[in-house]
Every structure is written in C-alpha cells, then in structure tokens.
Design a protein around this ligand. Structure first.
Ligand code: SAM
Length: 282
C-alpha cells in the first residue's frame, strides 16, 4: 500500500509525494524537522511541514542563488550565508576560487547535524576548509557587523517563525550596512506565482536601499509552482553587466552563462505588480 507525504502549499493546494520511507522525525527548539525518502524527488528535508530541499532538484536553486551574485562580483572574498543549514548553498559558494571565507549563520543546529547524516550530497559543503558555521539568529548576526562582507546570501525558510524578520525592509537595511562598499545581497523570495505581491514588495524595498536591484528566477519542481524567485541588491555591480565569456565553468547542472542573464527576464504579470506597488509606494 503506497504511503504519501503531502505538503500543504496553501489552503487550496497540496503537493503529494509517494515515499519509500520516513528517515527521521524530530521537534527541534525551532521547528518540526523531518527527512523523507520520496520516489519522485529522492531524499527531502521538510521543516514545519514545508519542503526545504530535495536531492533531485536542489541544484537548480543552490546554483542560481550562489553563482549569479558570485560571478557578478569581481572579488567575493568574504561571503555570508543566512540559513542554508542543509549545506547545499555552501557547497556551491566554496567552488569560487576568489572566496577566502564563507560563513554560514543558521539558527537551528539540528538542521546542520541532520543534513550531515541524511543529505551528505549537500552537507559536503561544510567540510570545505573555507567554510565555517555559526549557530545563531541571522538578523542579530547581520545587525552586529558593519562593512564586512562582499556577498550576503539569504537562504531562509518561508516567512514564518524565526525567518519572518529576514523578509523585512529593516533587515535589508542592516544587510546594506554589513556589506562592503561594493557588496551584493541576494535572498530567496518565494514563488513569483503564489507570492507575486511579496516578490514585488521586496524588489521595491531593495530599490529604495541599493543602487542596483533586480529580480530573477529558477525552476525547482519540488517547490510550490516550481518557479522560484530571488531578489538581488547591489551597491555597485550590475549582474547583467557580466561578460558571459568571463563566467567560469564550475561544472554546474542548471546554471549556464546564458541562464545567468535570461533568468532576469521577468514575466509581464510580475513586472505589472512591481510597477503597481512602486506607484502606490511613491
Ligand atoms: N532552500 C530552502 C528554501 O528556499 O525554503 C531553505 C533551506 S534552509 C534549510 C532554511 C534554513 O533557514 C532553516 O534551516 C532555518 O532553520 C533557517 N532559518 C530560519 N530563520 C533563521 C534566522 N532568523 N537566522 C538563521 N537561520 C534561520
């Protein structure tokens, strides 16, 4: 008799995956944590019932969150990751020769430990000599540092619980101050279909803080709507100004120099929402 795991994506929508087995379940001090082995997507990390990352398609998300900003910055020596406790983003960041130190600030130590046990393909990132892990709240960590990082990447859960503040204008202002004068920030900013308003609001927030602010997106089939957005704020470099020929081959499975640019082409309905909100906010 098949067993199914269902993620309630909103009050009207479930994503159900047939599972081979449930590998781990626990309640951490911050969230319900589970690892299930699904037929379609392989092993999957689930927090508070929400899919975080799955072996079958995590690369599309982690590559796009890492390589777009890191290839847009000429010398990303100091990188900060907020969240990212599964290690997949760290794995991609440390592929860049220019990176001297990559710090990951994750609020829940159990996510790191369980990922090391059940998701070694992602947690391998933690073994790199350039990688360091700090257990704590990313909001506080950023607010205590000024003029420190070349790139800051926010790989948080959805805006519920401890990550709500990571989607606020105040946090983006603190990130601006924690970045060096030519720093770049990127955050995962949910589905452009199901969270169009939030994506647009965040882009307008970033436009009010950074001289360069752009949205881009990728495809992650295990995520709600499969389309997934990122919001970028840059104090100097424009990711669209990158010479495609200059982009190194990092052995990626999704990211390509052409996708680096094409990903910034947003659908008309998203552009309309951004404009609408900008007019309201003006
Ligand atoms: N790729 C996933 C996504 O797009 O939804 C995110 C994966 S990663 C597991 C998300 C991590 O953010 C979780 O491990 C969670 O504990 C962490 N997190 C949430 N709020 C945080 C905060 N305020 N500071 C640091 N880490 C936080």
């Amino acid at each position: 008799m098949p067993i199914w795991y269902s993620e309630q994506q909103n009050e009207n929508l479930l994503l159900s995956c047939r599972i081979r087995q449930t590998l781990h379940v626990e309640k951490t001090p911050f969230q319900d944590l589970a690892v299930v082995d699904t037929v379609q997507f392989g092993r999957m990390l689930v927090l508070d019932g929400v899919v975080q990352t799955a072996i079958a398609d995590e690369f599309a998300y982690h590559e796009m969150l890492a390589h777009v900003p890191l290839n847009a910055h000429p010398a990303p020596r100091r990188v900060l990751i907020i969240g990212g406790g599964d290690g997949g983003l760290m794995r991609e960041v440390v592929k860049h020769k220019a990176v001297e130190r990559a710090t990951l600030c994750e609020i829940d130590e159990r996510v790191v430990e369980v990922s090391k046990q059940y998701l070694p393909e992602l947690a391998v990132g933690f073994e790199h000599p350039k990688a360091e892990v700090f257990i704590g709240d990313g909001i506080r960590y950023v607010s205590e540092r000024k003029d420190t990082f070349d790139v800051i990447l926010c790989d948080s859960t959805d805006p519920i619980g401890p990550s709500v503040g990571l989607f606020s204008r105040e946090f983006y202002q603190a990130v601006y101050e924690a970045l060096r004068p030519d720093g770049i920030f990127v955050a995962q900013t949910e589905s452009p279909y199901f969270h169009t308003g939030m994506f647009a609001r965040i882009l307008n927030d970033l436009r009010g803080i950074f001289p360069v602010a752009r949205g881009y997106w990728t495809l992650v089939p295990s995520y709600p709507s499969a389309a997934w957005s990122f919001s970028l704020g840059s104090k100097k470099y424009d990711p669209l100004a990158v010479e495609v020929e200059q982009i190194p081959d990092l052995g990626t499975r999704y990211y390509t120099p052409e996708i680096h640019k094409a990903a910034f082409a947003l659908p008309r309905f998203v552009l309309n929402e951004i404009e609408e909100q900008a007019k309201k906010g003006a």
